[in-house]
Design a protein around this ligand. Structure first.
Ligand SMILES: Nc1nc2c(ncn2[C@@H]2O[C@H](COP(=O)(O)OP(=O)(O)OP(=O)(O)O)[C@@H](O)[C@H]2O)c(=O)[nH]1
Length: 457
């Protein structure tokens, strides 16, 4: 049997139009798991619509729609292979509500691919105050994306084309703000590419002989290479959390004829095994796992990163819902929280935020209105030092420690114990008003119902 490659989740970030879809589409197109027939069909359709100049981005969009239409959660189409890894694009590039997606995305990203356009004017716009390059990089860092690779894209559009001076300028500029954010720049590789013409994507180009690979400033063991594919192949393998207790936020719960109740979701930590007794929170239901499936194949054991459906005994569909978290009933089972303390950054609020403010929090797959019960301290965004004790108000740009109370039962965890259950976006007025990281949780000790009491209700 061929050994399965290590899975790596990649989040693609960068300013609008920097070439995220084109670059990702190119990788999937050249190294993806899509069969040739399908590709030819897409290509033909793109040409017929007069969109062949958008080929790569278009292929990606097409795949995304297919995925969105799919009934099962099958993200296999957004995959490509390097020699060592199977890479999954976890955030659909070009998605408008990127920030929310990044926080509530079905996976924790292992690697961030920061796409920066080197084209005249575009680089300047991307790194300007209103540009998204900095904001995305800051969020990636805050949310624990430890490895970042910078694609200096559109090298075919620099003046003159493929200009070393322009590449150096971008490396200096982006390098300096990545450093301010907290990344160790000696370990961040920069690759000059054209996602469109393919320079340095899969094979090394003759057009930039001055680039012999990203080696000079990096330490041993860090990503290196001449092409984007080589650099991706040389990243540090992600540390998986299989030895941690199980956390599996439910994406959906289905009733399948002849089978029964089938919750589906992605394992964020720990392992799921057939025969295991699960505790669901906040549903307060326990149930035994009868069988597990992934991509229509039966499994005895499923690991972190796996998207699974599993059949459970004696629980009705109406007792479980999206946002519930499954864990091992015998090993640190999940529990709902009465309150939690979080470090938040207000991104986007037209006025001021006061104690009592109640936006909707998107945390893992849950979606619950929560009250900012106490504004404990205002912080310096960069250093985390206290600026003010118990501030009266917060406004856009402020960072603060806040005690938050969910208005109905909710299961979250501290970011340090279970990262993907410990970060959230706060939504109000149809936009993301704040993002946050949970520092500590107050577990609800209140009366647990037994499974039987619950299902017989
Ligand atoms: N010449 C040239 N054009 C490129 C390159 N990469 C992308 N483009 C073009 O730039 C435009 C934007 O590319 P996209 O891939 O859609 O950019 P994006 O970052 O995904 O855009 P959003 O999803 O809207 O944020 C398209 O017209 C692409 O054809 C490149 O390397 N060279």
């Amino acid at each position: 049997m061929v050994k399965e490659k290590t899975h790596v989740n990649v989040v693609v970030i960068g300013h609008v139009d920097s070439g995220k879809s084109t670059t990702t589409g190119h990788l999937i197109y050249k190294c993806g798991g899509i069969d040739q027939r399908k590709l030819e069909k897409f290509e033909k359709a793109a040409a017929q619509m007069g969109k062949s100049s958008f080929k790569f981005a278009w292929v990606l969009d097409k795949l995304k729609t297919e995925r969105e239409r799919g009934i099962t959660i099958d993200i296999s189409l957004l995959k490509f292979n390097t020699q060592k890894y199977t890479m999954t694009i976890i955030d659909a590039p070009g998605h408008r509500d990127f920030i929310k997606n990044m926080i509530t995305g079905t996976s924790q990203a292992d690697v961030g691919l920061l796409v920066v356009s080197a084209a005249k004017g575009e680089y300047e716009a991307g790194v300007s105050r209103s540009g998204q390059t900095r904001e995305h990089a800051l969020l990636a860092y805050t949310l624990g994306v430890k490895q970042i690779i910078v694609c200096v894209n559109k090298m075919d559009l620099t003046e003159p084309p493929y200009s070393k001076a322009r590449f150096d300028e971008v490396v200096r500029g982006v390098g300096s703000f990545l450093k301010k954010i907290g990344y160790d720049c000696a370990t961040v590789p920069f690759v000059p590419i054209s996602g469109w013409t393919g320079e340095n994507m899969i094979t090394a180009t003759q057009r930039m002989p001055w680039f012999q690979g990203w080696k000079s400033r990096q330490r041993e063991g860090n990503a290196s290479g001449r092409t984007l594919l080589e650099v991706l192949d040389s990243i540090q393998p992600p540390v998986r959390t299989a030895n941690k207790p199980l956390r599996l936020p439910l994406q959906d719960v289905y009733k399948i004829g002849g089978v029964g109740t089938v919750p589906v979701g992605k394992i964020e930590s720990g392992v799921l095994k057939a025969g295991m007794t699960l505790m669901f929170s906040p549903a307060k239901v326990t149930a035994e796992v009868k069988s597990i499936e992934m991509h229509h194949q039966g499994l005895q054991t499923a690991l972190p990163g796996h998207n699974v459906g599993f059949n459970i005994k004696n629980v009705a569909v109406r007792n479980l819902r999206r946002g519930d978290v499954a864990g091992n009933a015998q090993h640190d089972p999940p529990a709902d929280v009465s309150s939690f303390e979080a470090q938040v950054i207000i991104l986007n609020h037209p006025g001021t935020v006061k104690a009592g403010y109640s936006p909707v929090l998107d945390c893992h797959t849950a979606h619950v209105t929560c009250r900012f019960a106490e504004l404990k301290e205002k912080l310096d965004r960069r250093s985390g030092k206290q600026l003010e004790d118990h501030p009266q108000t917060l406004m856009s740009g402020d960072a603060a420690t806040v005690r938050i109370v969910p208005i109905k039962p909710m299961c979250v965890e501290s970011f340090f114990t279970y990262p993907s259950l410990g970060r959230f976006a706060a939504r109000d007025l149809k936009q993301t008003v704040a993002v946050g990281v949970i520092k500590s949780v107050q577990k609800d000790q209140g009366g647990k119902l037994s499974h039987k009491a619950q299902v017989c209700k």
